[in-house]
Design a protein around this ligand. Structure first.
Ligand code: DX5
Ligand code: ZN
Length: 223
């Protein structure tokens, strides 16, 4: 397989005080994006960090900031995250109130100069976002319930990845398929073979004794 797989380690397992050091290390070790998990305590139960920490991180860690907004009313906050250094901003379809809000969010992210991602939770079918696929740069398939790292990969996500890949091929769309939750060297192979381009990896990388090796393994999982 000659397709390049991008690895986006998640900030979630790392204590905030260690994020700059962790981010720098990951980029040295071959990570492609830093996946910043932003939780507001409303859309999901936990609260992580906000645009203020992102701004510090993006200034000190010289990599692509892939921001996953697990927040209520994301449209209100897009400009804050763009200003704080986000390169990609992904919003949840479930946090947007209908078609117009979804289109507005995608347009606003583009106007702010960022790549636009749309995410769906495990129980949300691909069919509800089909109309937006021509306009997004990234579809983020949640393969665990959003809210915390360290959960088990939900196998039903595999058919969603396959469906997105088929729709992309049939229609000539350009979005990347990013998969988030429970990815490790056991689950990545199937995800990649069905069409994923970007693997978000939280606890598997954070807890690894050889992060560089694991990143290499995941990048070349089906070679
Ligand atoms: C879940 C977050 C994920 C998560 C990934 O709410 O969006 O990015 O932290 O962690 P693992 O890989 O441990 O499932
Ligand atoms: Zn995430």
């Amino acid at each position: 397989m000659d397709k390049k797989i991008l690895i986006a380690p998640s900030t979630d397992p790392c204590p905030i005080g260690d994020l700059i050091e962790y981010g720098r290390e990951l980029l040295r070790e071959g990570a492609d994006w830093i996946h910043c998990d932003i939780m507001d305590g409303h859309f999901v139960e936990r609260k992580t960090f906000d645009e203020i920490v992102l701004s510090l991180l993006s200034k000190r860690v010289n990599g692509i900031m892939d921001v996953h907004l697990m927040v209520e009313d994301p449209i209100e906050k897009l400009h804050l995250y763009a200003k704080a250094g986000a390169n990609n901003i992904t919003v949840h379809y479930e946090a947007l109130k209908g078609t117009i809000a979804t289109i507005n969010a995608i347009n606003e992210i583009h106007t702010l100069g960022c790549k636009a991602g749309l995410s769906i939770k495990p129980e949300t079918p691909v069919s509800v976002i089909e109309n937006f696929l021509p306009f997004v740069d990234i579809v983020l398939v949640m393969s665990v319930e959003p809210g915390k790292s360290g959960q088990k990969f939900i196998n039903d996500s595999l058919s969603k990845i396959a469906k997105l890949n088929t729709l992309r091929e049939q229609n000539g769309y350009n979005f990347l398929i990013e998969v988030d939750g429970g990815i490790n060297d056991q689950t990545a192979g199937a995800v990649v073979s069905l069409g994923a381009d970007v693997l978000v990896v939280g606890s598997a990388i954070y807890s690894s004794h050889n992060r560089a090796q694991l990143i290499r393994t995941l990048k070349t999982i089906n070679d």
